[in-house]
Design a binder for this molecule. Sequence first.
Ligand SMILES: Nc1ncnc2c1ncn2[C@@H]1O[C@H](COP(=O)(O)OP(=O)(O)O)[C@@H](O)[C@H]1O
Ligand SMILES: O=c1ccn([C@@H]2O[C@H](COP(=O)(O)O)[C@@H](O)[C@H]2O)c(=O)[nH]1
Length: 201
Amino acid sequence: MLIIGIAGGTGSGKTTVVNQIINQLPADEVCVISQDSYYKETNNLSYEERTKINFDHPRAIDFDLIVKHLTALKNGEIIEQPVYSFVTHNRTKDTVKTHPRKVVIVEGILIFNSEALRNLFDIKIFVHADTDERLIRRVRRDITERGRDIDEVLNRYQDTLKPMHQQFIEPTKNFADLIIPNDRFNTVAIDIVRTVINERL
Ligand SMILES: Nc1ncnc2c1ncn2[C@@H]1O[C@H](COP(=O)(O)OP(=O)(O)O)[C@@H](O)[C@H]1O
Ligand SMILES: O=c1ccn([C@@H]2O[C@H](COP(=O)(O)O)[C@@H](O)[C@H]2O)c(=O)[nH]1
């Protein structure tokens, strides 16, 4: 099994890069684990309280469960990946059966913050896009796909996204084996990653 970790700031294009990597691979040879699925359960909080959570701080993530699930996949076991709702800011009651595959891709802003998780990756990739580009993408995406308004996105950006990016996400670039510049679509980098994967398949 080849386990690839793909980190990078919000809006850097991690999900897009993952989709570009996997869209030419046989579906039964690859699976994706999203860090967003592993936000800690907050059933004890009201919706109002959940909107105040700092989702860009490592303590918001259930790293123990990601490590447990990844280890289970490595051991050939099927896992029940949680499903997260950005509308309710909580896990839903659903799960997605995720089968062990030859290639497992884990993507998320904070995945290189956990040493235990880092140690499970065979290849660590950091997707980079400039701050202004990421902000523009985030504003567009959160309004069209995640039901937010412009004030909510900009306030969250100033109060948490920017400082958390500087404190926790950008420094983990140093752990990367490969940095993909993604201000524009980077087909050369995607081809290189695909070649590495194909060699291992
Ligand atoms: N290289 C790129 N050029 C232009 N837009 C991009 C690029 N990569 C991603 N996007 C767009 O930016 C937004 C955020 O990308 P996404 O892959 O969801 O980022 P992330 O998963 O890192 O938050 C999406 O709307 C996506 O279509
Ligand atoms: O309920 C939530 C949980 C998280 N977020 C934001 O999501 C991004 C991480 O997702 P990307 O796809 O990598 O952008 C993170 O910056 C959180 O602030 C949210 O808005 N609501």
